[in-house]
Write a protein that binds this ligand. Structure first.
Ligand code: ADP
Length: 369
């Protein structure tokens, strides 16, 4: 059985969220007192006022107040009580105007009172429906989060378990290759080297998958991050790659944001790495800019690389999806999926503006917590 005060106006069982609201509602003795006080004051005034003038119109305030408790029975009860008091005073009021006038006035005022009640009732219904919908949405969200976490945990466990046998296979392939060096024909040597490079590819897929599944915490532990320092560290780590490609990286003054510095570093690293990886014949030029938005920051990483077919613009953010222009480039298709996950964990979104042959600009937003 529901404990007293823990059912909604429809008598349904309350979820924990609704229960909190109900508990808050039940802590509203002030409203109950106000309803009773208003009714008592109006009753007294009505009893003292001679027939012909009646202050009972004020009873309409009572259902408006009573609804604040969120209890349907209380609102009905108070409206009924006010109706009763209106008519009891008919017999108690001092003489004045003719009796039919009092009956007429009290009938009109009773009508107005119940009209106010109907409006209040409809509002209660609408609020209740809204609460149910929010609850359904919240439950769905929870379920989605739970299944995403399960999926991450599965990917993480699977990647961990594959790592060991993969490392052993790689080591054995290397051993075989070194033992047979010079003793096998060219075809066999090529196949062996193919096996080694496929093992290497599988290794990088597993590592990327592990990285992807590692990021699943929200911003509850967020700290103030200096994006300028984060980008500097990332560029330092990519120094060899940048120098080898004669890449030029420039950036606007970058802000401090609330977030996870490791995740943000991975985000910048993946985007800058891609800008180099998918370079065109021209000297790679990468610019990181930022713009303040109403509820956060919008960062943009612009390059002059090979560009992306607009038809691929959404697909490439999904795990293991690679663009048309990446056939000859090594990769697992997990980089942008990881970026998307990180951005979403920071309350933002990521998208790309590009066309084949004319560079790409990756935009992402970081919301204020
Ligand atoms: P990977 O680079 O391993 O393929 P990503 O998830 O990082 O995986 O990228 C997905 C695809 O998006 C790439 O295969 C490539 O086609 C495209 N892409 C990403 N960044 C760029 C870029 N800066 N310029 C052109 N294409 C890009």
């Amino acid at each position: 059985m529901q404990p007293e005060g823990l059912t909604d106006p429809f008598g349904d069982e309350l979820s924990p969220t609704k229960r909190t609201v109900a508990t808050r509602k039940s802590t509203h003795p002030l409203i109950v007192l106000s309803c009773v006080a208003v009714a008592a004051v109006l009753f007294t005034a009505d009893v003292l006022t001679p027939r012909g003038v009646t202050p009972t119109i004020g009873y309409c305030v009572v259902p408006l107040l009573a609804v604040q408790t969120g209890r349907r029975w209380f609102t009905i009860g108070m409206t009924g009580l006010c109706t009763l008091l209106t008519w009891v005073v008919y017999f108690l009021e001092p003489p004045g105007a003719p009796a039919w006038m009092s009956v007429f006035e009290r009938s009109i005022l009773t009508g107005v009172l119940w009209f106010a009640f109907v409006l209040v009732w409809q509002r209660m219904n609408a609020q209740s429906a809204l609460a149910r919908q929010s609850q359904v949405l919240e439950d769905l969200n929870k379920e989605l989060r739970r299944s995403n976490q399960e999926l991450d945990a599965f990917a993480s466990v699977a990647s961990h378990d594959i790592r060991g046998p993969l490392a052993t296979t790689g080591m054995l392939a290397n051993l075989v290759a070194s033992r047979l060096a010079g003793k096998i024909d060219q075809h066999c040597a090529e196949w062996l080297s193919l096996i080694q490079s496929e093992i290497q590819r599988m290794h990088s897929i597993v590592e990327n998958l592990l990285e992807y599944s590692r990021f699943n915490t929200d911003r509850s532990g967020a700290v103030e991050c200096d994006c300028e320092a984060i980008l500097a560290t990332v560029l330092d780590g990519l120094k060899a790659d940048l120098t080898a490609n004669r890449a030029q990286v420039t950036h606007d003054p970058l802000p401090r944001v609330k977030g996870d510095p490791i995740q943000l570093a991975v985000l910048f690293q993946n985007l800058v790495e891609n800008a180099i990886k998918y370079r065109s014949d021209a000297q790679p030029k990468i610019h990181v800019s930022v713009a303040a938005e109403q509820d956060g920051w919008r960062f943009s990483v612009e390059d002059n690389g090979i560009g992306i077919d607009p038809a691929d613009a959404e697909r490439i953010f999904r795990p293991f999806e690679r663009g048309e222009g990446s056939k000859t480039t090594k990769g697992s298709g997990m980089g942008l999926a990881t970026c998307k996950k990180i951005v979403e964990l920071h309350g933002g979104r990521i998208w790309v503006e590009s066309a084949r042959g004319s560079g790409s600009t990756f935009h992402f937003t970081i919301a204020h917590p």
